[in-house]
Design a protein around this ligand. Structure first.
Ligand code: FE
Length: 184
């Protein structure tokens, strides 16, 4: 999970790209995310590393909402490090100074120099692959009984109606109708 002042989002992966006392890391953020805009006017960001048993509400709050619409930190316990919001329910964090950014079509690759880092516990980190394999149980999507529901398998958004329009796109995460699974 990546946070910056006033915003944050879930990122799929973070890569270490140099070694030494202050290694560099690279993280790719979708341009349509508000967090991407915030990163262009901030000089720092933080990575909170989520564990496999993280409270799923954190994934829902940060992954399926925009900081344009809600204050994502409102009901989440945080600790401030170097003015950055660190998620307490994480296994550790890195605070980085943004040293470069590279424009890549739909995403921007941000390069950060790690200036602070700590581990809170020795839990196992949640990888993107683990999330994909377990998201149904993690997100525990419930639908209203007696109605035909279509559940977005990418984010858990529920659409009610007998059929999905052909050009339907998930209003939350933007995927097309092929990502919706019918439930009764
Ligand atoms: Fe979705």
């Amino acid at each position: 999970m990546l946070t910056t002042i006033n915003g944050g989002c879930i990122v799929d992966a973070v890569s270490q790209i140099s070694s030494g006392d202050n290694p560099l890391i690279a993280v790719s953020v979708m341009k349509k995310n508000y967090t991407n805009e915030l990163l262009k006017t901030n000089d720092k960001f933080a990575i909170s590393i989520l564990s496999k048993d993280v409270n799923p509400e954190i994934i829902k709050t940060f992954g399926f909402n925009s900081s344009r619409d809600i204050n994502k930190f409102e009901n989440i316990e945080i600790t401030k490090v170097e003015d950055m919001n660190i998620i307490n329910d994480s296994l550790g964090y890195m605070v980085c100074e943004i040293v470069d950014s590279i424009d890549n079509d739909t995403h921007t690759l941000f390069i950060g120099k790690v200036i602070e880092a700590d581990l809170f516990n020795d839990k196992e980190a949640m990888s993107y692959n683990y999330y994909q394999e377990h998201k149904e149980e993690l997100l525990k999507v419930t639908t209203e009984k007696g109605k035909t529901a279509w559940v977005c398998i990418a984010c858990g958004y529920v659409y009610y109606g007998d059929e999905l329009p052909d050009d339907f796109k998930c209003p939350v995460c933007g995927v097309g109708k092929e990502y919706f699974k019918k439930q009764k």
